[in-house]
Design a protein around this ligand. Structure first.
Ligand code: NAG
Ligand code: NAG
Ligand code: NAG
Ligand code: NAG
Ligand code: NAG
Length: 408
C-alpha cells in the first residue's frame, strides 16, 4: 500500500469525522473546523532543527491566511458551546515596535475597564533595568462599539495608569477585595520583586504587601491568583528578570508560594518546575493549574527538550497542593497566562494564540492569532481581551470567566 492509501484506509476505519458532524449552517461565520485526523500522517515532515516549538503548524489543506481569516478553530464539538453562534475577534490596538500589550490582563468590574501591562523584558522599549514597564487600561464600552470590525486599531483609546507609588515592572495581576494585586518583577539589585496592591480608581494609589521570603529577595514574581474558598494569595516566582537582564542571578529555586494575608505566613506549595509561570484555580477551587514555560530562556534562546506544559494539582482542604499531573503539553510555544471559564474549561496564551482544553485536558479549540499571546482575560460573561505584545484584541464569545466573588 502507498502512504496515501494507508491514510484513506485509516480514515475509513475511524468512522464519520467531526467535520461532517458540525459542518453546515450551525458553524459560526468566524469559525472553522480543524480535523486532527487529517494530519495524523503527513507525507513530509522536517527534522527538529527545521521545525520545532518556534514554528506554527499549518495543517494540510489550510494556509496561514485561511487560519487567520476564521480565527475560532473548532478541534472538538465542545468548543461550539464556548464560542456560541457569533463569536468575534477584533484588533483594537497596534504598537508596531513597543510590546505594550503583554500580561496582567484584569477586569475592573466597578469601572468596566480592562487593565494590562507593557512587557518589562523588552529590549525595544528599554524597560526592565532602567525604566519600569507601565500599566495601561481600556474601556470595555469603547471596545464593544467596534466588535463587528476585524481591525479597529486606533479606534479604542489606550490610557496609561499612573500608579502611585509606581508598580515596578508589573507582570501578573488578579482582583482582590475590590482592588488589584500586581506581581512586580523587581529591578536590578535594589528594587526587590514584590506583591503590590493597587486601587483601580484614581488616584491609583498602591501599597506593597510582600517583598521578601525571610529576608531573601524573590527572583522575579510572575503571576498571582486567589483561592476561591480560603482566599489566600498564591503566586509564582521564576527567573525571567534574570534571563532578560534586569535582575541579578537567582537566589532561590523557582517555585510557587502562598501568602495568608491575615497572618502574614508565606509558604511554598509546589516546586520542581523548569519555569513556573501562569497560575490559576478551577472555578470550584478543587484544582490549581501551573503553566511551565521551561523551553523559554528569555534572551538566551529556547531549549525544546524542556517543559511547555500545564500541570494540574488537587487543592486539599488545608490549601496545600497535591497530586501533580501533566494536564497538557503545548505546541507551538509554551503556555503562559492561564484562566478558566465558569464551566472549568482551561484557556492558556500560547505560541499561536489562546488554546482551550476541557477539564480532562482535551484540546477543544483555539482563538487563533498566528502570533504569541502571553496573557488574556475574561471580562465577566461573553467578553475577553487578549494581549499579543504589539497587538491588543477584543473577543466576544458565549463563555463566562471564572470570576469568584471572593476576588472582589
Ligand atoms: C500526500 O500525497 C498524496 C499522493 O501524492 C496526495 O494525494 C495527498 O494529498 C498528500 N497529502 C497531504 C496531506 O499532503
Ligand atoms: C524591535 O523592533 C524592530 C522594528 O520594529 C523589530 O524588527 C524587532 O523584531 C524588534 N525586536 C524585538 C526584540 O522585539
Ligand atoms: C456594526 O456595529 C455598528 C455599531 O453597533 C452598527 O451600527 C453596524 O450596523 C454594525 N455593522 C454590521 C455589519 O453588523
Ligand atoms: C488607597 O487610598 C485609600 C484612601 O486613603 C485607602 O483606603 C486604600 O486602602 C488605598 N489603597 C491602596 C491599595 O493603597
Ligand atoms: C536543555 O535542557 C536539558 C534538560 O534540562 C539539559 O540537559 C540541556 O543541557 C539543555 N540544553 C541547552 C542547549 O541548554
Amino acid at each position: 500500500m502507498t502512504a496515501a492509501s494507508v491514510l484513506v484506509a485509516g480514515l475509513a476505519l475511524l468512522g464519520p469525522s467531526l467535520l461532517s458532524r458540525v459542518e453546515g449552517s450551525e458553524l459560526p461565520a468566524q469559525a472553522q473546523v480543524i480535523n486532527q485526523r487529517a494530519f495524523n500522517v503527513l507525507n513530509t515532515t522536517q527534522p527538529p532543527a527545521e521545525f520545532n516549538a518556534d514554528n506554527i503548524f499549518v495543517p494540510p489543506g489550510h494556509s496561514e491566511d485561511s487560519l487567520t481569516k476564521r480565527p475560532f478553530h473548532v478541534y472538538d464539538d465542545e468548543f461550539l458551546k464556548v464560542i456560541g453562534s457569533n463569536p468575534t475577534l477584533t484588533r483594537i490596538a497596534h504598537s508596531p515596535k513597543d510590546p505594550l500589550f503583554h500580561e496582567a490582563v484584569v477586569w475592573s468590574r466597578e469601572t468596566d475597564e480592562m487593565f494590562f501591562v507593557q512587557n518589562a523584558g523588552a529590549k525595544n522599549s528599554s524597560t526592565g533595568l532602567h525604566k519600569s514597564a507601565i500599566i495601561e487600561k481600556i474601556s470595555l464600552k469603547d471596545a464593544a462599539t467596534v466588535s463587528n470590525k476585524s481591525d479597529a486599531s486606533g479606534l479604542v483609546k489606550v490610557t496609561t495608569v499612573p500608579s502611585s507609588p509606581m508598580v515596578i515592572n508589573p507582570n501578573g495581576a488578579t482582583n482582590y477585595r475590590g482592588e488589584i494585586i500586581f506581581t512586580g518583577e523587581g529591578q536590578g539589585n535594589d528594587t526587590p520583586p514584590a506583591l503590590w496592591l493597587m486601587n483601580p480608581q484614581k488616584p491609583y494609589n498602591t501599597t506593597v504587601i510582600l517583598n521578601n521570603y525571610f529576608g531573601r529577595q524573590f527572583n522575579s514574581l510572575n503571576d498571582v491568583s486567589i483561592h476561591p474558598k480560603n482566599k489566600d494569595i498564591y503566586f509564582t516566582d521564576t527567573i525571567y528578570g534574570y534571563v532578560q537582564d534586569f535582575r541579578p542571578a537567582p537566589g532561590l529555586q523557582d517555585q510557587v508560594y502562598r501568602l495568608n494575608p491575615d497572618t502574614g505566613a508565606v509558604t511554598v506549595v509546589a516546586d520542581r518546575f523548569d519555569h513556573p509561570n501562569g497560575f490559576t484555580f478551577s472555578p470550584d477551587g478543587e484544582y490549581a493549574y501551573v503553566t511551565d514555560t521551561g523551553i523559554n530562556y528569555g534572551f538566551y534562546g529556547m531549549n525544546y527538550t524542556t517543559a511547555a506544559s500545564i500541570y494540574r494539582f488537587d487543592v486539599k482542604k488545608d490549601g496545600t497542593l497535591d497530586n501533580r499531573k501533566v494536564f497538557a503539553f503545548v505546541s507551538p510555544g509554551a503556555p503562559d497566562g492561564i484562566h478558566c471559564d465558569s464551566q472549568g474549561n482551561v484557556y492558556a496564551g500560547c505560541g499561536d494564540g489562546v488554546q482551550v482544553w476541557n477539564p480532562s485536558g482535551k484540546l477543544i479549540g483555539k482563538i487563533y492569532l498566528g502570533a504569541t499571546s502571553a496573557n488574556f482575560n475574561f471580562a465577566g460573561k461573553g467578553r475577553m481581551v487578549i494581549c499579543a505584545e504589539t497587538d491588543l484584541y477584543y473577543v466576544t464569545l458565549a463563555a463566562e470567566g471564572s470570576f469568584v466573588e471572593s476576588e472582589m
